[in-house]
Design a protein around this ligand. Structure first.
Ligand code: BGC
Length: 755
């Protein structure tokens, strides 16, 4: 239905009818109105599978939903470092939504992982906004291809579960822009999700749902978002304020209460008809966008989608350690599969994203099907530890008589979920004990991890191999066995850092906050931005992931040595597969700025690309960088800004494994407006390309003539003098330069401030 027709409907609606449309009918459905021919549509969770509830509804994942496919959670699919993979996932998901008459899937979830403790980290993609937004872009494109909407969530700064409905994420403007907003910005601009879900929390004191600044000024006016904003479930603080701020639809339905508030606000003039009409228009546009194209149902092919889930897992699972090339397994080896997750994998998280998987493939089932020579021992029981010692001894015995032991460890369901945060970064003690005990008797021990967020690995030096599957979706067992046996060559890379200890994490001292106040004191130093700047050793760095082949990097070429910040820079690099099997490599491009005036991370990811190479094959990977690759958010301009200076383009296989680098000089084309006064430092003025030379000239004129230039006996050398002068305010010239008067200084300022 076109915009004109929708406006005609709105013109015919009463205030009561319009107000009523601004909240859902019930848990999953929007309102309908037969008189105006407005049908009823439904939304469902998300994000890594369809959770369509047909009878009883809830948003905590308690009641059952239709049987569907559980794809790998965001924590794993992000590790593919390949937006085509999240697009493939989205494509299947969109098709399932079409089939089940779901107008919008509630995802993707793109919040930045600020701490490994985030209870919902498993749903989120990364600690890096570029990775998060690129993965979300793929997901949105894939789903929306089927004329089904997405709801990118949770906008904004919902980075913890503790008190998520009342806490205030207190974040400075630059950090918000460079990290927390940025994760949404790229995806919203590029993939145009039909809807955005506002988060429960406040930012800097104000509920996001009440914030005109975020929901209208930034989201719509700056980024050009033209879809509908809906609240998180029960996440409306003040219905009228939120409507004015740009929150169109309240979910779920709350009965008549908020409808009456809207009507009263129109009557007393605090809400204009125009504001109400605008929200209703966005809601109706959303409904008809879906309905108009929902002519035929996509066929449901769950087996096909299961294979997609498997491919996504295979493209994303990360080989963290592979000492002595213990992997891939050799087909004649007798294998011990240990740990109950080998039979019942932990493959998804708890809460609103919980999927009713139509089937689950375990590693044991996959190994049986592939005819591997293996024995199984449960090793532990998450629910009941009374038999712990016995299970451990059985596992040790099985490990001893095998040639290789594969221990399936991970976090039990209760350790991480929506609604609360983790309290520690360790695996359960009984699992750590099991791994150590197995490794003591079996030199070829490999650990397979099932967890939504990083864990400490006290046994890392005792085992030869570690494979991170995160929460790998319902096909994880097959994917793991394919990687173990080398049928699939692993190519996932970590989209977040694994610190050695929780205490190493930059948000450690402040995470969770004090009462409702959560201060993001680490600022822009989140994840690897902190670890690299601080030279903090980590367990596994951001971007890390091994392969069964090896890659050589050569011929890094920048097309220019110097550019203006309005220019583009083309970067080419050759990657060669130097091993014996085909493999995929994620080529990561980081930018490092030389130390300027701005405090910034020493290195930041600015581009990446995954490529497939046959043995011996070389491919040239080409990146194009624009201003954003060199810029930081300048609060004086309220805009991105590039400091003139040298920048190093670093190409690597992880943030700590840089293979090639080259410098480019970037010149700014924007001047930050500045008004000098008597307290401006000489250093700042001298560094200013316009005012600096003027000051220098004026100083030379008034410099005392009897000072010897390079007196070796002087207490203060010229070099020391220059350093001292840097931090000296202009007014100090009164005390240090004989004869200088206040009138002269004020005249100087007039000259310096001339535009
Ligand atoms: C979650 C959302 C979810 C909604 C509906 C909320 O509690 O935060 O992510 O989409 O419930 O289940």
């Amino acid at each position: 239905m076109d915009s004109k027709k929708i406006t005609e409907i709105i013109d015919k609606m009463s205030v009561e009818e319009k107000a009523s449309f601004c909240s859902g009918e019930n848990f999953w459905f929007l309102k309908k109105n037969e008189k105006f021919g407005i049908p009823q549509v439904m939304v469902s969770d998300g994000p890594h599978g369809l959770r369509k509830q047909e009878s009883k509804a809830d948003h905590l994942g308690i009641e059952k939903s239709v049987a569907a496919v559980c794809f790998p959670a965001g924590c794993l699919s992000a590790a593919s470092f390949d937006p085509e993979i999240t697009e493939m996932l989205g494509d299947s998901l969109g098709q399932e939504c079409q089939h089940f008459d779901v107008a919008t899937i509630l995802g993707p979830s793109v919040n930045i992982k600020r701490s490994p403790l985030g209870g919902r980290n498993f749903e989120y993609y990364s600690e890096d906004p570029l990775v998060a937004s690129k993965m979300a872009t793929g997901f949105i494109k894939g789903v929306q291809r089927h004329h089904v909407g997405t709801s990118i969530k949770h906008f904004l700064a919902n980075n913890q579960e503790t008190r998520r409905m009342t806490s205030s994420s207190n974040i400075d403007e630059r950090t918000l822009r460079e990290l927390y907003l940025s994760a949404f910005e790229g995806a919203i601009k590029k993939a145009k999700p039909w809807t955005v879900m506002s988060s429960y929390n406040r930012v800097n004191g104000e509920y996001v749902g009440d914030s005109k600044h975020f929901l209208t000024d930034i989201l719509r006016k700056e980024w050009g978002f033209d879809g509908m904003v809906m609240s998180d479930w029960g996440g409306v603080n003040d219905r009228v304020k939120s409507l004015k701020a740009g929150l169109d639809l309240e979910m779920p339905g709350t009965g008549e209460e908020t409808t009456q508030q809207i009507i009263a606000a129109v009557e007393n003039g605090s809400l204009s008809n125009k504001e109400l009409d605008q929200a209703v228009k966005r809601i109706l546009t959303f409904i008809f966008k879906y309905v108009d194209q929902h002519n035929s149902k996509d066929p449901l092919d769950l087996e096909h989608d299961h294979r997609v889930a498997q491919t996504v897992a295979e493209e994303s699972i990360i080989l963290l350690k592979n000492a002595d090339q213990v992997l891939p397994l050799n087909s004649t080896q007798k294998v011990a599969l240990i740990g109950e997750y080998a039979v019942t994998p932990r493959y998804q998280g708890g809460g609103s994203s919980h999927i009713n998987s139509f089937k689950v493939v375990s590693a044991v089932a996959a190994a049986e099907k592939m005819g591997l020579d293996f024995d199984y021992a449960a090793g532990f029981n998450d629910q009941d530890q009374s038999e712990g010692e016995k299970l451990l001894q059985q596992a040790v015995a099985v490990a001893k008589k095998s040639q290789v032991a594969v221990v399936f460890a991970g976090l039990p369901d209760s350790f991480e979920s929506e609604g609360y945060d983790r309290t520690k970064m360790q695996l359960p003690e009984y699992q750590n004990k099991l791994i150590t005990a197995v490794a003591e008797v079996q030199p070829n021990t490999i650990v397979i991890l099932h967890n939504g967020s990083p864990v400490e690995m006290p046994w890392i030096n005792e085992v030869k191999g570690v494979i991170e599957t995160y929460l790998g979706g319902q096909a994880v067992g097959q994917a793991v066995v394919n990687i173990l046996t080398g049928k699939v060559n692993p190519s996932g890379k970590l989209a977040e850092t694994f610190p050695v200890h929780l205490e190493d994490n930059p948000s450690y001292l402040f995470y969770g906050g004090q009462g409702d106040q959560v201060d993001y004191r680490e600022g822009v130093f989140v994840g690897y931005r902190y670890y690299t700047s601080k030279k903090q050793p980590v367990l596994f760095p951001f971007g890390h992931g091994l392969s069964y082949t090896s890659f050589a990097y050569s011929n890094l070429i920048l097309d220019q040595e110097q550019i203006d910040d309005t220019d583009r820079l083309t970067v080419n690099v050759d990657i060669t597969n130097t091993g014996k099997v085909a493999g995929k490599e994620v080529v990561e491009l980081y930018v490092a700025s030389e130390k300027g005036k701005i405090i910034r991370p020493v290195i930041e990811l600015k581009a990446f690309q995954k490529i497939l190479l046959q043995p011996g094959e070389t491919q040239t990977v080409s990146f194009e960088l624009d201003k954003k690759a060199f810029a930081y958010w300048e609060t004086k301009l309220h805009d991105w800004h590039v400091e003139t200076g040298k920048y190093t383009i670093k190409i690597g296989s992880s943030v700590n494994d840089i293979r090639l680098e080259k410098q480019v000089k970037v010149l700014t084309t924007t001047r930050i407006p500045v008004e000098y006064n008597l307290n401006s430092t000489m250093g700042d003025i001298l560094a200013d390309p316009v005012a600096g030379p003027k000051l220098q000239a004026m100083m030379q004129q008034s410099a005392p003539t009897d000072v010897k230039q390079d007196d070796p006996d002087a207490a203060v050398s010229q070099e020391m003098m220059v350093a001292m002068v840097q931090s000296m305010p202009l007014r100090q010239l009164l005390s240090f330069v004989p004869g200088v008067t206040l009138t002269q200084l004020n005249q100087m300022l007039t000259v310096l401030n001339q535009k």
